[in-house]
Design a protein. Structure first.
Length: 703
């Protein structure tokens, strides 16, 4: 029978659309119905026919669900078609779930296609993962594997049930290689299998005669139990089950190992890795990729690379996992090289691969130009609008200070996740656009976007940079009172920064004293920096003592305290700090600055003369300093050793690494080129002032 003869109320063709709402309950057998006492199908039909037209929709649902409960799929479908023809109107998600399930039970491909179209017309395909999953399941049960795959790919939000439905369809179709490939992709996207997923996978293995069915059952049970413990956050119990499994004579397989490796415990990967080598699973793509993900969390690039090289068949998931490891370690060069090799091997990147390499471009030593190149790569592969890619672009541009580019991507997004919102707020806040940060935050409030601790951290940071003490205090209180978010050490550190920058050191100490947990190093380091600015010697001494109790070998603490004493004219105390550094053999960390010109990173240290253009760099810096001094620029030398002559103090400041990088940037680029300099230490106030003045006279300094 032709589709339109059965379903004349549908018009046109429809393609599956994306869904964004969370999973809803979707089992026909559990749907409510007040006519459960109806004894047989004819009685159910009679009961429905007696219902008045104004209650037709409710009665239709009850009768439909009763047909479904009794396993009368064809009667349920005929009933649904008849009622919809007579009454029309929008069909609810629960009804569609029921008829889709019935359609797969018959099965009826033609009717299923029209039901899919009805889902699109009613908008349920856009807002309900359960409806999308039912569409995939229906197609698979109708043996329409390609249609099911298309419906699956049209869903940006998928859960383990969606994946399992797709896998089952491929299992029934005998496409075993596709089943394993899909499973690897499922794991790469962060979806963990359940017992039913494992059952499908091991049925493939069993059909190939690779293992004994009874042993498979034991492995599946143990693996599912281990996975359940990990999902519930009980990592120790998962390790106990893993040990007992082997004690019972059940050998772990590749899925067991990969499941154990999902546990976020630093000590587990090396232990599991040793077991993997003993059982000769190190070349398995599944286990190898899981090991890569585990070591990437530890930023162990060398271990990850050795594992990567042992994997026999490297698919896009394995390449992406290796790239992720470099990205998490902040090694942009390593990530870029992996991406290039991947392309040379003919492996096409997906949106997750590209988002990971863009994340790597956000590392401090990477230049924004490289990020722009990978932005172009995302456009070439038509995945720039994928939420993971666009969010990564916003985060990358915001961190690199290219706020206009971040804003452009943000405004073009049709679907935003929390990462996008938070990255945009953080970017505005970090680069001094506090009002813009607050505007984005208020837009989130208006649109009802759920916020988290990172959101408020960024907002308070924006208030800090703008000196909006009261606004920051209100946001902190609102986070706790209105949103039920418990402040972390980072939130308290940001509040300490808010108060101390404004010179409210007494309020800062009251806040620290009222914290529900002991103040950590970042709290005291922030306070110590404020004491340096406000020349509060006693409080600075207290902050330094607290900080040194945590990190006795941190050179920055000694230097800050020494500078506080130096600015206050306390030479004796300053000398004592320096002697303490010598006694404890603490070496001051050398300042280093980086600047990228034409895809090449140039590094500088203080008084550096190793660069090929060193002579021109110092000449340019001397000329800039002389011009600015004529215009009234006076460097702040209060934090330099007092026994030095003023000229020597200024000479020391002039040779700071960031000034050398700035001078090189001016002679190596054309006028109007933005310069981005990264430093491993805090940039001094006098250098910030010099940079600002140079920026105002950029054309003259470029000449």
């Amino acid at each position: 029978m032709k589709p339109r003869a059965r379903f004349p109320f549908l018009r046109g063709s429809f393609a599956p659309k994306q869904s964004t709402k969370p999973l809803a309950t979707s089992a026909c057998s559990s749907l409510p119905g007040d006519d459960s006492n109806v004894r047989d199908a004819p009685d159910a039909r009679k009961a429905f026919d007696e219902i008045s037209s104004r209650d037709a929709a409710t009665g239709s649902g009850r009768a439909l669900f009763d047909y479904a409960r009794r396993g009368l799929a064809r009667q349920a479908l005929d009933h649904f078609v008849d009622v919809h023809r007579r009454h029309g109107g929008r069909v609810g998600a629960a009804t569609l779930l029921c008829v889709l399930k019935a359609c797969g039970s018959v099965p009826d491909r033609a009717l299923g296609e029209q039901l899919h179209g009805l889902c699109v017309r009613c908008g349920h395909d856009q807002g309900d993962v359960s409806v999308g999953t039912s569409i995939v399941d229906m197609y698979m049960k109708c043996r329409c594997v390609e249609d099911g795959r298309k419906a699956f790919e049209g869903m940006p939000e998928r859960n383990v049930i969606t994946w399992t439905s797709l896998l089952n369809g491929y299992v029934q179709a005998g496409a075993h290689s596709d089943v394993m490939a899909l499973f690897f992709r499922m794991r790469a996207e962060g979806v963990w299998p359940n017992l039913f997923t494992f059952a499908s996978l091991f049925s493939v293995v069993a059909s190939q005669g690779a293992v004994d069915l009874a042993r498979i059952s034991n492995v599946v049970s143990w693996t599912a139990m281990i996975n359940g413990c990990i999902q519930n956050g009980d990592i120790p119990l998962s390790a106990v089950h893993f040990s007992r499994m082997r004690e019972d004579g059940v050998a772990p397989n590749e899925f067991t190992y990969s499941t154990m490796l999902t546990a976020s415990v630093a000590s587990l990967p090396p232990q599991i890795h040793a077991q993997v080598i003993k059982t000769n699973y190190q070349s398995s793509p599944t286990v190898g990729t899981a090991l890569l993900h585990s070591y990437s969390k530890l930023c162990s690039t060398e271990e990850a690379l050795s594992i990567f090289e042992m994997i026999d068949q490297k698919d896009v998931v394995a390449w992406s996992a290796m790239l992720t490891c470099y990205a998490r370690a902040g090694d942009c060069d390593g990530a870029t090289n992996v991406f290039i090799k991947m392309s040379m091997h003919g492996v096409k990147p997906n949106e997750f691969t590209i988002s990971n390499v863009i994340d790597a471009c956000a590392s401090p030593t990477a230049g924004v130009d490289l990020g722009r190149q990978f932005h172009a790569v995302s456009i070439k592969h038509r995945c720039q609008d994928a939420i993971c890619v666009s969010s990564a672009l916003i985060s990358m541009y915001a961190r690199k200070g290219s706020i206009e580019s971040a804003q452009s991507v943000f405004e073009r997004q049709t679907d935003r996740d929390l990462v996008s919102w938070n990255s945009m707020i953080s970017g505005y806040a970090q680069h001094g656009y506090s009002q813009n940060a607050l505007d984005i935050f208020r837009q989130m409030e208006v649109e009802g976007i759920e916020m988290d601790g990172v959101t408020f951290l960024a907002v308070i940071m924006g208030c800090t940079h703008a000196g909006l003490v009261e606004e920051g205090r209100q946001q902190f209180d609102s986070m706790i009172r209105d949103y039920g978010i418990t402040p972390t050490m980072d939130h308290y550190t940001c509040m300490v920064d808010l108060y101390s920058r404004a010179g409210k050191l007494d309020e800062t100490m009251n806040l620290i004293g009222g914290m529900p947990f002991p103040a950590g190093p970042m709290v005291w380091r922030t306070l110590l920096g404020a004491c340096r600015v406000h020349k509060n010697v006693e409080l600075g001494k207290l902050a330094a003592e607290k900080l040194l109790s945590f990190e006795p070998l941190d050179s920055a603490t000694y230097v800050l305290l020494s500078n506080i004493y130096s600015a206050a004219g306390k030479r004796k105390e300053k000398d004592e700090v320096r002697k303490l550094m010598d006694t404890r053999k603490v070496k001051k960390e050398a300042g280093c600055s980086w600047i990228q010109i034409k895809n090449k990173v140039h590094s500088f240290i203080a008084s550096d003369k190793s660069h090929p253009l060193s002579e021109q760099i110092y000449a340019k810096l001397k000329a800039i300093t002389a011009r600015l001094k004529k215009e009234g620029y006076c460097p702040d030398t209060s934090f330099v050793l007092h026994e030095m002559a003023e000229e020597k103090k200024e000479a020391m400041l002039a040779m700071h690494s960031e000034r050398l990088a700035l001078s090189f940037g001016l002679i190596a680029t054309s006028p109007g080129t933005p310069l981005q300099i990264v430093k491993n230490l805090r940039v001094s106030k006098t250098t910030r002032l010099l940079t600002k003045k140079v920026s105002l006279n950029i054309d003259e300094d470029k000449g």
